[in-house]
Design a protein around this ligand. Structure first.
Ligand code: ASP
Ligand code: MG
Length: 295
């Protein structure tokens, strides 16, 4: 019996049939005696729809209120999902971020998870329930709703898996794994059975859009075995782990391509200690992520 965290993305939840399909997958695991925690995204297109709705009323929506709005997307999927399971006679409970106790800082729209109190999730699991957790959202120390940034449910899933010390975290998405390069660009790209966290971090930072990059960093830091799979077939996906001997022998695992970057060049930088800190600190303090540094 294992503790498994599964995350399903928006396309896997795009309509009631798909939600039912995904729910049946979860039930399979549950019937095998596994403890199942399911992190869900909003239905595909929903987060964009909500952002556009906000913009119809406010050109530059207030970040706090925008997060309250955006968090509803995931509230819809977790409730529908648990409702369907209960209708089938499977015990299930949906938890929003304050119930799952996912605590973040107060950076609306790009909040960082600072801790998860797993007591409530464990309590539900002990009652043999399937637990569905709303992805992408958290609460700050005074209970304001925050969101983690686009694609943030991946990070929710890995963070929940880390906090629960789960045996496996499976991310179900619209691609069936990590490829040696983008299969839409190069038809002969091969699916990788395994990849190390570091290689995945490299590829994600270079634009491979399989997983949200923060989630890979989390997985590495806490040693969460992370798999990328699709909910549309039974194909085994790609497993991410610490690099081992066998993997070390492959010098290049993949190639990624990025076409959408903003580049800032700072020239005539004096070669003095402390100068790099001066350059990068203000950006870091403003939560601006630098994807690549070339010196
Ligand atoms: N629903 C959010 C988004 O579209 C989070 C996610 O899907 O991971 O960005
Ligand atoms: Mg995603």
């Amino acid at each position: 019996m294992a503790l498994i965290v599964q995350k399903y993305g928006g396309t896997s939840l795009g309509n009631p049939d798909r939600i039912a399909n995904v729910a049946n997958r979860v039930v399979q695991g549950w019937r095998q005696g596994h403890k199942m925690v399911v992190v869900l995204s909003a239905m595909s297109g929903e987060t964009d729809r909500l952002i556009n709705l906000a913009k119809e009323l406010a050109e530059d929506p207030d970040p706090r209120e925008l997060d309250v709005l955006l968090a509803t997307g995931e509230q819809v999927t977790v409730s529908l999902f648990s409702m369907f399971l209960r209708y089938q006679g499977i015990p299930a409970t949906s938890l929003l971020s304050h119930q799952a106790r996912i605590y973040t800082d107060k950076a609306y729209g790009r909040a960082r998870i600072i801790g998860i109190d797993t007591a409530r999730i464990r309590e539900e699991l002990k009652k043999n329930r399937v637990v569905t957790v709303a992805g992408f959202q958290g609460v700050d120390e005074v209970g304001n709703i925050t969101t983690l940034g686009r694609g943030g449910s991946d990070t929710t899933a890995v963070a929940v898996a880390a906090a629960l010390k789960a045996d496996l975290c499976e991310i179900y998405t619209d691609v069936d794994g990590v490829y040696t390069t983008d299969p839409r660009i190069y038809a002969k790209a091969r699916k990788l059975e395994r990849i190390s966290y570091d290689e995945m971090l490299e590829m994600a930072s270079l634009g491979a859009k399989v997983l949200e990059i923060r989630s890979v960093g989390f997985a590495k830091r806490y040693g969460v075995p992370l798999a990328v799979r699709t909910s549309f077939t039974d194909a085994p996906g790609t497993l991410m782990t610490e690099e081992d001997k066998e993997m070390e022998e492959i010098p290049v695992s993949g190639v990624a391509l990025s076409r959408n970057d903003a580049r800032v060049t700072v020239s005539r930088v004096p070669d003095r200690p402390g100068i790099a800190g001066k350059l990068f600190k203000p950006g870091a303090e403003a939560n601006i992520v630098v994807e690549m540094i070339i010196q």
